[in-house]
Write a protein that binds this ligand. Structure first.
Ligand code: NAD
Ligand code: DAU
Length: 350
């Protein structure tokens, strides 16, 4: 019998890379991509696999309990890889409830439907929840997050992800559900919606618009190429023991302002502009409320136990990312028309 895997949020940034990897690497699996196609979901991310015989798309909102239950009543799944979420911290500051609905209630709807379908017969089954390093809170200058670091989420987004992680663990301990969780650092790469720092800056530099840097630009993030995250998800899905948690990171910490200077250099080169001209667009703006200072993730458990490590150096990955956005102008144009303009106005004031 063919394995059937439900991937939620597969039309989004990370989800689309995971769907592509699974559809192409495992022709014997049937991959069902469930997505509500919110502003962040885009089937254009998946045109290359859309007609693959082992791929199917269903448009469902995970907050719709009835629709989720109907899907599970009619389709048997061996596994669920759950990425669907509201994912942008700034939006969570303006509208926390949307994050509670999708990230918490939506996750519980999926857990309940899987529990009901598998009804205690968990042989060969797996519920894999994709989470974030932001659940651990904010670091000072020293230290790294490990899997046992106590949760200390500080934004509505990270609090909603922390709640969903806790609920996934509760279903393991209470009902014996075969779950795994991974907590990853900041992803970058092709197809990321231009509300996040790197694609927003690429788009603004391209259009000679200000690059908004929150506060003093001294916050630090650890950056991982999205395809490496997808590879880690593949390894964890297939090899992790039930109940386990793995941190995933790039061993690649950057101060925001240093990262933006690096990006400006690459953009000057690619656009044939005078060196230093893109950096003139850097504009310091009001800081994000409750802005976490530093994230750093220790992913040595994943390397030691399952043999995964990042494959791409940041300088190369960033250049590849810039190349992708410059070669995919139409994609960028489509996602920045309409609602994006209203969002931009609300967030940045012009
Ligand atoms: P994204 O915002 O690009 O995509 C989210 C996807 O989920 C979209 O396709 C959207 O349509 C879908 N979605 C949203 N609400 C839904 C709902 N109610 N029902 C069904 N589908 C819905 O997000 P991303 O950056 O690809 O993140 C994917 C997952 O990975 C999230 O769970 C996020 O918390 C986690 N994560 C992201 C990062 C990162 O750097 N982007 C890092 C670590 C973990
Ligand atoms: O750490 C993993 C998390 O990384 C994921 O769970 C989230 O889904 C993902 O959005 C990301 O969260 P961040 O808040 O770190 O990413 P973002 O790209 O929004 O911001 C990165 C840093 O850049 C952060 O310190 C805020 C800053 N920033 C961001 C934007 C959008 C700016 O200075 N200016 C901006 O305009």
């Amino acid at each position: 019998m063919k394995k059937r895997i439900l991937i939620t949020g597969g039309a989004g940034f990370i989800g689309s890379h995971v769907v592509r990897l699974f559809v192409t690497k495992y022709p014997d699996y049937e991959i069902v991509n469930l997505d509500a196609l919110t502003y962040a979901g885009n089937l254009e991310n998946l045109t290359d696999v859309a007609t693959a015989p082992n791929y199917k798309f269903v448009k469902i909102d995970i907050t719709d309990e009835k629709a989720i239950n109907e899907l599970f009543a009619t389709t048997q799944f061996d596994g669920v890889i759950h990425l669907a979420a509201e994912s942008h911290v700034d939006r969570s500051i303006k509208d926390p409830l949307a994050f509670i609905r999708t990230n918490i209630i939506g996750t519980v709807n999926l857990l309940n439907a899987a529990k009901e379908q598998w009804s205690g017969n968990y042989e060969g089954k797996r519920f894999y929840h994709i989470s974030t390093d932001e659940v651990y809170g904010s670091l000072g200058e020293e230290g790294m997050f490990v899997e046992t670091t106590p949760y200390d989420p500080r934004s509505p987004y990270s609090s909603s992800k922390a709640s969903s992680d806790m609920l996934v663990r509760a279903y393991h301990h209470t009902y014996g559900m075969p779950v795994v969780i991974s907590n990853c650092s900041n992803n970058y790469g092709a197809n990321q919606f231009p509300e996040k720092l790197i694609p927003l800056s690429i788009n603004n530099i391209k259009n000679n618009r200000p690059i908004p840097i929150y506060g003093k630009g001294e916050n630090i993030r650890d950056w991982l190429w999205v395809n490496d995250h997808a590879r880690a998800i593949d390894v964890i899905y297939h090899k992790a023991a039930n109940g386990e948690t793995y941190n995933i990171g790039g061993i690649n910490e950057w101060k925001n302002i240093d990262l933006i200077h690096k990006l400006c250099e690459i953009m000057d080169k690619k656009l044939g502009r005078e060196p230093g001209s893109s950096a003139k667009l850097i504009t310091y703006v009001t800081d994000r409320a409750g802005h976490d200072l530093r994230y750093a993730i220790d992913s040595s458990k994943l390397k030691r136990e399952l043999g995964w490590e990042p494959s791409l150096q940041f300088a190369e990955g960033l250049e590849k990312t810039v190349d992708w956005y410059l070669a995919n102008e139409k994609w960028l144009e489509n996602v920045t028309s309409g609602e994006y303009q209203n969002y931009y106005q609300r967030q940045y004031g012009k």
